[in-house]
Design a binder for this molecule. Sequence first.
Ligand code: SAH
Ligand code: SF4
Ligand code: F3S
Length: 448
Amino acid sequence: MAKHYFIVTYGCQMNVHESEKIAGILRAKGYSSCDAQEEADIIVFNTCCIRENAENHAYGNIGALKKLKRARRDLIIAVGGCMTQQAGAAEKLRKKFPFVDIIFGTHNLEELGKFIDEKAGGRKKVVEISDERDDLGDDEDISYRTSYPNAWVNIMYGCNNFCSYCIVPYVRGRERSRRPEKIIAEVNSLLDAGYKEITLLGQNVNSYGNDMGKAFTFPALLSDICKRKEKFRLRFMTSNPKDFGEELVRTIAENEQVCNLVHLPVQAGSDRILRLMNRKYTAGEYLKKVELLKKHVPDCQLTSDIMVGFPTETEEDFQATLRLVKEAGFSTAFTFVYSPRSGTKAAAMEGQIPEEVKKDRIMRLVELVNSQTREISKGYLGKTTEILCEDYDKKKGLYLGRDEYGRMGYFKSESNLIGQFVNLKITDASGVSLYGEVQKPNTKEERI
Ligand code: SAH
Ligand code: SF4
Ligand code: F3S
């Protein structure tokens, strides 16, 4: 009988993409996917530990499997991802969830197939958390992708920045860039296969190549990828403002395929807080970079990550964040409540902010961000924007896709347009979502 897998993913796009690699490994072992945990022969949790609530979700859901495992002793439960790689985490998981069969770290993902064999061969429990590895183990693309027409491609792993609040450098190791020829080969084969949108992934894509003697830079990599002449979109995540500069801005401006949307996490608007966060830029420097971007790419939109409640943050500091959100004119932003992460510098700082103050600030921040998003949405009304159709929403009975700026657009169509670029004349723009009518090519239109 065919064996089935079920993967539960938490965290960032890096993890979403890594779950595609896990799926690839499981399929190579003869498993196929299923729709419910109860039908699975192996359940893999790909975890995140960026904030406490991400961990709590995973803990809750792993704990809930105890019963299932008791009823089906041959079920394999595996836990991987960032949570397992934290100091002491494997031991904690082992004690808390004795029924988990395989615990593997972020540097052990490629070995999952081997661990499953070992388990089948009688090894009682597999716990493998390695320190960083030298080879990236990424010679071939093992991903099983289900996100057509979009595809993620890693360009680098790890992070060297040690922002004082952040756990990522501890669980993902130091920066390691993939060779450009490997990246380009992977992108080319995705484009050959008909993918229409490629998102390059790294914690700080601007430092791409630094670990290879700066022989390759991120802008050069983008330009190389854009030598392909067919129509496709190129995105990247994430750009750290400290290394965001003119060469990259010019590359965005010069290459049609690179989306005019930059995700540039600012975190806070107060220089004092930015310094404590170890972000290595001031609010003024950040805004200068935004200005530079708008000068070269006037139709550009900007999104961000913003945090409230960092240790010692005062109302005045928070007001500086609100001011910066307005000045930078973010079209949208991911907003977070600071969550102390054990082992990071900020977790040990004096002046942790009470929960109710954090709550009050996040609500005010979200309201401001939403009002900016709504304003930009209104600007879409009556205009035409190009959508890459990526899915069909059964409940709504509408196709959907995103425009260059990441804005979701919904529309009716008799034929299946998934994987195609369509011009959408926007008739309704409530909140974040747009609704519109497909325009025939060559229709006269006012573009967004
Ligand atoms: N490498 C990216 C960020 C990856 S983490 C960058 O530097 O831009 C994604 C976001 O999570 C961060 O931008 C930050 O806003 C948030 N984050 C990270 N650590 C956090 C913590 N301890 N508490 C709350 N939010 C956090
Ligand atoms: Fe974390 Fe900073 Fe690295 Fe981003 S750049 S992953 S916020 S340490
Ligand atoms: Fe991503 Fe969470 Fe790890 S945000 S890098 S999955 S800690």
